[in-house]
Design a protein around this ligand. Sequence first.
Ligand code: HEC
Length: 114
Amino acid sequence: MRKGLVFIAIAAFVYACGGSSAPAESNSSAGAKAVAAVAKPDGEKIYKQYCVTCHGLYGDMGASGAYNLQESALTLEERINVITNGRKAMTAFEALLDEKEIKAVAKYTMKLGE
Ligand code: HEC
């Protein structure tokens, strides 16, 4: 019941925004972007924020012994594990990033070797 009410409140809010004087088109695309940001974190953005200090922009900087991500043969699951729990000099990101963000950034590191 509570959930239903929250949903109605959100729907009413979205409806109210859509009904404002601004052009409907720009409103709906802004809404879609906001939804995408929540549903699918941007791995590249997270990488640039948290990982470049050691791995570098292209994954091959190797500061503090950071592994060259272009040459990494780890699977997505293994990368998620390293990022979540850390390994040697690499800090654990469990406290900083949520599961979806870790998965997104792990996926992004797979692209660095391409
Ligand atoms: C403090 C420096 C540091 C930061 C920040 C850092 N790493 Fe690392 N990373 C390392 C080091 C050092 C290793 C190698 C660990 C070892 O020798 O076992 C490593 C290893 C890895 C590996 C394993 C590669 C392999 O093939 O074994 C992955 C994947 C990885 N890092 C991803 C990330 C991602 C994604 C981020 C950002 C969320 C990140 N790292 C941030 C230092 C860092």
